[in-house]
Write a protein that binds this ligand. Structure first.
Ligand code: FAD
Length: 331
């Protein structure tokens, strides 16, 4: 890590690299590590098996480390089995008058492809048992997905000519790609015979660190999501995290409050991580927004073509996260 390469403000953002590092180390990472263990956040309801709408399945699913271990039926909190939109609508009705203006009240997310209300096709996954790590998924199948994502959806315009709105999509996807590579490098199968997992610093260097643009995009994506989370702070603080265990619910709410509201460090050192008001201005704004929304929805649909279950799981989760951030910031 060469700190000198990354000093000053993160491009198009309102914070500098040093502040992001410090915030992450001292505040965000420790709290998030606890938050992801709570039952509200460790279970993920997802449509894992859908046909790829772009090309026929290439049967890559047989790699051992690609398999996802589903939750036994009794492990998953009953409350989660209600369609999430109904649950959200219910929560909103109960919270009438509470501050939630920052969050889109129409419950469809126009940025993503999956319909989360379709309970019959959903699978329940304990993310703690299925960490994002090296799976062995690579070669033409993985390459085709990334190529399509960049070719079709991000780089339709010569980069020099493209405006901030078009660059935004590229930077978010590239940041996500860097994050996936960092996770592969931080939990890598070093020795298959003795099942030894460890860091792979060469991989980290080759895929991310030696490309400053990829590192910059990782920081950009981090700040973009952080801005969405802080914008939705009041709503997130008052959301119903009930999974049937009141102690867990209390703990989850406390962690979120710690993360969002009472942590003066975030507000003092990085009050506006990203300024969404600068985008979609001018005559072309609405057309551009529509176009980029369509491109992002395509990327979301492409997750059904990822030929490795666990990669698909994390791909879907992360694209849903980015789609939600886009929804919070641009509606
Ligand atoms: P890739 O990472 O496949 O990159 C392909 C090309 O994209 C590179 O040659 C480069 O030109 C460009 N590129 C790379 N990084 C960036 C960037 N940050 N910004 C811009 N351009 C870039 N594998 C796992 O082991 N575990 C996982 O959890 C996992 N999840 C995945 C999720 C998705 C959605 C996809 C599509 C793939 C996933 N993979 C996962 C596979 C992994 O991302 C790689 O494709 C695989 O390891 C092969 O890597 P590679 O060296 O060929 O380069």
């Amino acid at each position: 890590w060469d700190a000198r390469k990354y000093s000053g403000m993160v491009e198009d953002c309102g914070c500098d690299y040093e502040t992001v590092n410090q915030l992450n180390e001292e505040v965000l990472h420790p709290i998030l590590q606890e938050l992801v263990k709570t039952s509200f956040f460790r279970y993920f309801k997802v449509k894992l098996w859908c046909d790829c709408p772009f090309w026929p399945d290439d049967g890559m699913c047989r790699l051992r480390d690609c398999s996802v271990c589903e939750c036994p039926d009794n492990e998953f909190p009953e409350l989660f089995k209600e369609p999430s939109k109904a649950r959200l609508a219910d929560d909103m009705a109960c919270q009438e008058g509470k501050p939630q203006a920052a969050v889109n009240r129409t419950l469809d997310n126009p940025w993503t492809h999956d319909d989360e209300t379709d309970n019959a096709e959903m699978t329940y996954v304990n993310l703690q048992l299925n960490p994002e790590r090296y799976t062995g998924y690579s070669g033409p199948s993985a390459r085709r997905i990334w190529d399509e994502i960049y070719k079709e959806n991000c780089a339709k315009y010569p980069f020099k000519e493209s405006c901030s709105e078009q660059k935004l999509l590229y930077k978010l996807i590239s940041g996500l790609h860097s994050s996936i590579s960092v996770h592969i490098a931080s939990d890598y199968l070093i020795d298959e015979v003795v099942e030894l997992w460890d860091q792979n610093l060469d991989l980290l260097h080759d895929r991310v660190m030696k490309h400053p643009e990829r590192v910059r995009n990782l920081y950009f994506t981090f700040l973009f999501v952080l801005r969405a989370v802080t914008k939705a702070a009041d709503y997130l603080e008052q959301f119903n995290y009930n999974t049937g265990n009141s102690q867990e619910e209390l703990k989850t709410t406390q962690l979120l409050v710690q993360l969002l509201v009472f942590n003066p460090k975030i507000r003092a050192s990085c009050p506006l991580p990203f300024d969404e008001a600068q985008l979609w201005k001018g005559e072309k704004g609405p057309v551009l927004m529509h176009q980029i929304q369509k491109q992002f929805r395509n990327i979301s649909a492409m997750m059904d073509c990822v030929g490795c279950e666990k990669c698909r799981l994390w791909g879907k989760l992360q694209v849903l996260g980015l789609g939600t951030a886009l929804d919070i910031l641009f509606f």
